[in-house]
Design a protein around this ligand. Structure first.
Ligand code: NAD
Length: 334
């Protein structure tokens, strides 16, 4: 039997990098593409192409044959400091939508029918996420739509685009809505990092007896899913005959201050939390609702948040000891 041919778009990113490694371990032939090299390790892909997927000509040359599977993870995105300020909205919408439009069109032309699209918990309506103790994020609650960012609106548009290509052109589309995925080899500094990485960095940088800043009152809730669990959920979706969208997240909801306390505990330092007011922290509460995916794909996370944080903290603490810190912010998006 010939090797499965797989294209990973966004292979230089956090989830893409881990996905390429997993696909290689499973014996696939992998072509990765990204506008940048992977920041933290050399890509395991058989071919890694540097290219801008907003350009149709690049997409034509990258997707120049039939792939058995395409994973479309490329997006212009970052944490709350990137998504919620409004300053990057035009880029986020234009770039990510262009990537999705280009890839779907070319996938269809080459007969590459099986395609995974990474959507986000950010598509869920803000009006269901005002109570930090009771956010509603079941898959069927996406409409009437009211995402709290243009990043979320683009994801929702693109979900519909993929579903339309499935309906009208027979594409075998798979959609997951990721909820705050974290782990080693994710962005941990520079402004695009998200809450778990930012908190790990700040705790690693703080001296024993010092303090860290957490954005907002720290009572906003979220859940966070370790990368390996996320990839297992994606595998199950790809192996199934279902389309989704499915939530892939954790139901272990914590406040941002609880997350910070957990990381401080792991560090074994004594550190105070200082909550600082900021204009943009995203919705008050968000949690994955895994009922549908548990029922249909028999998937739910197998480990606790703390277990994933231990591995992530260790990795970030190593990075911190090797590099000079750049920012002092904590952000959430998912
Ligand atoms: P990431 O930013 O590390 O990866 C995205 C990759 O896309 C980056 O390497 C980036 O360089 C690449 N990219 C951006 N514009 C490009 C372009 N024009 N051409 C080629 N490549 C381009 O993010 P990630 O955390 O690995 O997320 C992967 C996907 O999952 C994204 O689509 C993201 O929106 C989605 N998602 C992630 C999370 C999460 O918590 N990490 C949550 C919800 C959804």
């Amino acid at each position: 039997m010939s090797m499965k041919k797989v294209l990973v778009c966004g292979a230089g990113g956090f989830i893409g990098g881990h996905l390429v490694r997993k696909l290689k371990q499973e014996g696939a032939w992998v072509r990765g593409v990204d506008i940048k090299e992977h920041e933290f390790s050399s890509s395991q892909a058989d071919e890694f192409i540097l290219g801008d997927l907003t350009e149709q000509s690049v997409v034509r040359s990258v997707l120049d044959m039939r792939f058995d599977e395409i994973y479309q993870l490329a997006a212009d995105m970052g944490g709350a400091g990137y998504i919620f300020t409004g300053e990057n909205d035009a880029n986020v919408m234009h770039n990510s939508a262009s990537i999705n439009l280009n890839i779907l069109q070319q996938a269809l032309k080459t007969g590459s029918k099986k395609i995974f699209y990474s959507s986000s918990a950010c598509i869920y309506p803000s009006y269901n996420q005002t109570d930090p103790d009771n956010p509603k994020c079941s898959e069927d609650s996406a409409y009437p739509a009211d995402p709290d960012s243009d990043y979320g609106w683009e994801k929702l548009f693109s979900e519909r685009l993929y579903l339309a290509f499935g309906r009208n052109h027979g594409m075998n589309v798979k959609i997951a809505r990721f909820h705050n995925i974290f782990g080693p080899e994710g962005t941990w500094t520079g402004g695009k990092e998200k809450a778990p990485a930012a908190i790990c960095r700040k705790v690693a940088e703080a001296p024993d007896g010092g303090s860290i800043e957490v954005w907002g009152d720290g009572k906003q809730t979220r859940s966070f899913l370790y990368i390996d669990e996320c990839l297992e959920g994606v595998s199950r979706l790809m192996a199934s005959d279902l389309t989704g969208p499915f939530n892939i997240g954790s139901e272990e909801m914590v406040t941002l201050n609880q997350l910070a306390e957990m990381v401080i505990g792991i560090s074994e330092k004594s550190i105070d939390i200082k909550n600082i007011p900021v204009p943009h922290t995203g919705v008050r509460g968000r949690n994955s609702d895994n009922r549908l995916i548990a029922e249909k794909l028999k998937w739910s996370p197998s480990k606790t948040l703390e277990e994933g944080l231990v591995k992530t903290y260790q990795w970030i603490a190593e990075q911190v000891s090797e590099q000079v810190p750049q920012t002092n912010k904590v952000a959430v998006v998912g």
